[in-house]
Ligand binder design. Structure first.
Ligand SMILES: Nc1ncnc2c1ncn2[C@@H]1O[C@H](COP(=O)(O)OP(=O)(O)OP(=O)(O)O)[C@@H](O)[C@H]1O
Length: 677
């Protein structure tokens, strides 16, 4: 596959800062891969001086795999290919001596953060401590951190009494993290950025080490990530950032598409190269996508074009209610599969929010259509994995209170909440960790001898495991699982045999990952236990679980579909209040919703369907829905608004014509299970 002239230009421009404005499906992955190869083979860059930053761990992995077709494994291992967070972690680890904390720090994920905030807020009667309020506080703290505001600065900038209160919670939260030698995700960017700002020697070292920086999905960088980029580069550095302002869909996570414009200001010699040739979608799909996105304000103009065939009309399917909408989608898929011989796996159903998948799943099961749902929650959110990782966290850092709290009575050691509360109070009062308090439990009079013995037994066991550090990490994990009889515990607390099986499978998967990571593979160096756990907390493992390869329809949110492509795409719930959603309508943030719709449309290669329903049940009430405003922004001549076209009738016609194919009969049976008009 040869490169087009814009792609060539993008690869061969080396001397100076470069921004590639890459439209959807224009081959940006191909360009980044080829640029790395070009840097090494033609420009004599050393592999260990090249750093490529990707948006997810999954894309980092894919990049390594694709590079392995062209470079030798040793060379690939030398290139830093990671997310911003992993890069930050790398800098922290290497520069630990210049920082205030110990090298045995552990990482807090969102659930740990919420638990800590709950504890802090619980003491304050004026602050709500329900999960939604805690999440909002967490977002606020994260926002302040990413703006590099200290709790004091946050307090002085606070506009309301509530914000002042949250700034105070922020201080408590930060103090706790510092005392316990714990970092959260935002720290992984902010700490190295501040360090590089403060310490010129360290900054020069990293600027020299990363003599060529590539950043993918640049439009999704937030303020602190941009600051980190600036610390790692000089005004005339050689770098390539690839982005598409039309695919910026993470403003709710702090992403700032205006960072694209800032680049020109901060790096005046910036060369902007546009890639507008789309290799993915039919001409009609591209026309519709261009037409939609032209309603957004653009600072950097680009217009995608395609040389592929113009393609079929885009269908708008209308259901009476949600179930009927789902049934119509199911029928279309069965029709595509049976008549047009399209594989299930080539069909994707995209939606705005996970809540939309429920009825869809129900109908797909009913219609016997195999499907694969993209799990938004990471593998590490599963309770059994959380438990085991917490065990490892305590073994690495016994003072990690949240991990300690999670495991003290899992499996049950008959150490109840009352005892735990007493331990927490003592720990607070004496400014010690729960482990330290428990280690000194003999001195506490308020507990019975029996309870003390249970705690002592637990502490002795932790100490015993801590001393096994000479063993392989996977063996340590196996010992933990055996010692605590974890599988037996799961079988006891989980009622459904399926659930038990899944959980046990997950534990085995974790154990296998430990073994693999310990040995290293062609892309990764072997790791220590501490490195594995830190990496695992960082990694969105759900992306790396080997997906069942069977032929299945793909269900996922529009956000999760970014970067993917499918021959047939169904965009469902195309109505006001869903896409755009209520919140964006209320906050007048329609442009981001339009970009999200654009991302969805540009996933489709050959066929695109929009669906919506006239009535939905919301909060127990029937709501009358109107079609999404975005549908009216598309060229009329390219849409076919369907009142029901009976795919069943066409199937029956084929039957009548004596095309007695077993396959079609089977599909007809499936059809009949569904209600239809
Ligand atoms: N020069 C080329 N000739 C033919 N096909 C190409 C060329 N460049 C890229 N492609 C193909 O175009 C498709 C889209 O490429 P890719 O997935 O890299 O796009 P992208 O820019 O990352 O898209 P998006 O941002 O929408 O995810 C791929 O199937 C790729 O193989």
């Amino acid at each position: 596959m040869s490169l087009n002239s814009a792609q060539k230009k993008a690869i061969e421009f080396i001397n100076g800062p470069c921004l590639i404005l890459a439209g959807a499906g224009s081959g940006k992955t191909k360009v980044i891969i080829n640029k790395i190869i070009y840097l090494i083979n033609h420009c004599k860059y050393k592999a260990d001086n090249i750093t490529a930053v990707t948006f997810t761990n999954k894309s980092a992995h894919e990049m390594r795999v694709r590079l392995s077709e062209y470079l030798n494994v040793l060379e690939i291992k030398k290139i830093i290919i990671s997310t911003f967070h992993s890069l930050g972690l790398e800098i922290i680890k290497q520069e630990i001596n210049a920082l205030k904390f110990n090298s045995n720090f552990t990482l807090f994920d969102e659930k740990d953060q919420i638990m800590l905030l709950k504890k802090i807020c619980h003491k304050d009667k004026n602050i709500e401590d329900d999960i939604q309020s805690l999440k909002k506080i967490n977002i606020m703290i994260s926002y302040w951190k990413n703006q590099f505001y200290t709790p004091l600065q946050a307090e002085s900038l606070a506009n309301s009494h509530l914000e002042k209160k949250i700034a105070y919670i922020y201080k408590k939260y930060n103090d706790y993290l510092c005392e316990s030698n714990i970092l959260d995700f935002d720290d992984l960017i902010c700490i190295p950025t501040l360090l590089l700002k403060k310490n010129q020697k360290i900054q020069h070292y990293w600027q020299k080490k990363i003599s060529y920086l590539l950043v993918d999905e640049y439009q999704d960088t937030n303020n602190s990530q941009y600051e980190l980029i600036k610390m790692l580069t000089k005004i005339d550095s050689n770098f390539t950032f690839v982005g598409d302002d039309d695919q910026s869909i993470y403003s709710w996570r702090g992403a700032n598409p205006e960072n694209l414009l800032l680049l020109k200001k901060d790096f005046p010699s910036l060369k902007v190269i546009k890639m507008e040739h789309n290799y993915r979608s039919s001409g009609r799909i591209l026309k519709v996508a261009n037409s939609l996105i032209s309603n957004n304000i653009h600072f950097l103009k680009k217009k995608l074009f395609s040389n592929l065939e113009y393609g079929d009309l885009i269908k708008v399917i209308v259901g009476k209610n949600e179930e009927n909408e789902a049934e119509k989608i199911a029928k279309k898929i069965l029709y595509q599969h049976a008549i047009k011989k399209i594989k299930y796996q080539d069909c994707a159903i995209l939606y705005r929010g996970n809540y939309q998948s429920k009825i869809l799943e129900k109908v797909l099961i009913k219609a016997n259509i195999p499907y694969n749902i993209s799990e938004n929650s990471s593998f590490f959110s599963r309770p059994e994995i959380k438990d085991l990782i917490s065990y490892i966290r305590v073994i690495i850092n016994p003072n990690d209170n949240y991990a300690f709290m999670r495991i003290i009575n899992v499996p049950s050691r008959k150490i109840g909440l009352i005892t735990l509360n007493k331990l927490i109070q003592w720990a607070d009062k004496e400014n010690k960790s729960l482990f330290q308090i428990s280690d000194d439990i003999e001195a506490k009079n308020l507990l019975t001898e029996r309870t003390k013995n249970k705690i002592k037994k637990f502490i002795i066991w932790i100490k015993k495991i801590t001393q096994l550090s000479y063993l392989q990490p996977s063996d340590i994990l196996d010992i933990i699982i055996n010692d605590i009889k974890y599988e037996m515990w799961l079988s006891k607390i989980l009622k459904e045999p399926n659930q038990i099986k899944n959980s046990i499978d997950n534990i085995h998967t974790l154990s296998t990952w430990f073994k693999n990571m310990l040995q290293g593979d062609e892309f990764e160096q072997p790791m220590t236990l501490s490195q594995i756990v830190t990496r695992m907390t960082l990694r969105d493992i759900s992306n790396n679980i080997k997906k069942n390869k069977r032929d299945k329809v793909q269900l996922m949110t529009l956000h999760a579909s970014k970067g993917l492509e499918f021959p047939v795409v169904f965009m469902i719930g195309m109505c006001e209040g869903i896409l755009p959603n209520h919140k964006s309508i209320y906050h007048n943030n329609i442009e981001e919703e339009r970009r999200l719709t654009y991302v969805g449309i540009t996933r489709a290669k050959k066929q695109l369907f929009f669906t919506y329903c006239c009535q939905r049940i919301q909060y127990g009430q029937i709501m009358h829905m109107s079609p999404s405003r975005f549908l009216f922004e598309l060229p009329k001549e390219d849409l076919h608004w369907n009142t029901y076209i009976s795919s069943v009738k066409s199937l029956q016609k084929i039957e009548k014509n004596k095309l007695k194919i077993y396959h079609i009969r089977k599909i007809l049976k499936q059809y009949k299970k569904l209600k239809y008009e």
